[in-house]
Design a protein around this ligand. Structure first.
Ligand SMILES: NC(=O)c1ccc[n+]([C@@H]2O[C@H](COP(=O)([O-])OP(=O)(O)OC[C@H]3O[C@@H](n4cnc5c(N)ncnc54)[C@H](OP(=O)(O)O)[C@@H]3O)[C@@H](O)[C@H]2O)c1
Length: 222
């Protein structure tokens, strides 16, 4: 049986990853911030762990929970959007810090903890990025704090890929998805986005480590 860890699984894309992986008979560790969401994950037969990626003691607790575990797949899904404003408005320090802490620092603090567990299985460590994190494809500034955070996440993953050569480490664009963040008018369901991402993940080889992927197999430009 293969083992996965989904970080940020209370709802949306993360919860859908848990459901589809369980449906394919994976053993799934899944994290959520709130106790009731951890209980809901346990009810699905995932192994729920309480985790706030911005809380250092919570991160240390994750290491304790996963002691000795080998991971075929780890997925960093946790993320927030922050202000929708663009470059005509100054982001507050609090807004900037919260988005960067959740989307970037959380991932950077988890990589040294989780990547060795993924290397043990010659597995895959996937980070949910965004088209909005592509510098090459940027055509406007709305959501510029979020854009900046996902571009920084991309760099964190690409640079870390050199330190963990036995794992495949990639950022992936999930598309514009119907979730609390994506809104109801998004064209893609969580079911479609996650099932297509799992296909992309399934086909990854070590040569793909450090590249930027998309759910729909399109070539992503940094
Ligand atoms: N939806 C889209 O169109 C879209 C497009 C591109 C990229 N993405 C990315 O996809 C990922 C998932 O987003 P989503 O669309 O599924 O949105 P969502 O429904 O808003 O889910 C966000 C998830 O992140 C978790 N989270 C937020 N802050 C956290 C923290 N400090 N510690 C742990 N978990 C935290 C949330 O947990 P709580 O329930 O506890 O808040 C929730 O599980 C994000 O990284 C997002 O940037 C989404």
């Amino acid at each position: 049986m293969k083992t996965a860890l989904v970080i940020g699984a209370s709802r949306g894309i993360g919860l859908e990853f848990v459901q589809q992986l369980l449906g394919s008979s994976w053993a799934v560790y899944a994290t959520a911030r709130k106790e009731q969401d951890v209980n809901a994950l346990n009810n699905l037969k995932a192994m729920g762990i309480q985790l706030d990626v911005t809380n250092p003691s919570s991160l240390a607790g994750l290491g304790w929970h996963l002691d000795g575990v080998k991971l075929d797949l780890a997925i960093y899904v946790a993320g927030i959007y922050g202000p929708n404003s663009g470059a005509r408005e100054v982001p507050s320090v609090a807004e900037f810090d919260e988005v960067m802490h959740t989307n970037v620092l959380g991932a950077m603090q988890l990589i040294p903890l989780i990547a060795p567990m993924v290397e043990e299985s010659r597995g895959k460590f996937v980070f949910i990025s965004s088209l909005m994190g592509s510098t090459a494809e940027t055509q406007s500034s709305f959501g510029w704090v979020y854009r900046t955070s996902k571009a920084a996440l991309n760099m964190a993953v690409k640079s870390a890929s050199f330190d963990y050569p036995k794992a495949v480490m990639i950022p992936i664009n999930p598309g514009w998805v119907q979730t609390q963040m994506g809104g109801a008018s998004a064209p893609t369901t969580t079911k479609e986005s996650v099932s297509k991402m799992l296909t992309v993940i399934d086909h990854l080889s070590i040569a793909d480590s450090g590249s930027f992927k998309s759910y729909d197999q399109r070539q992503m430009h940094w």
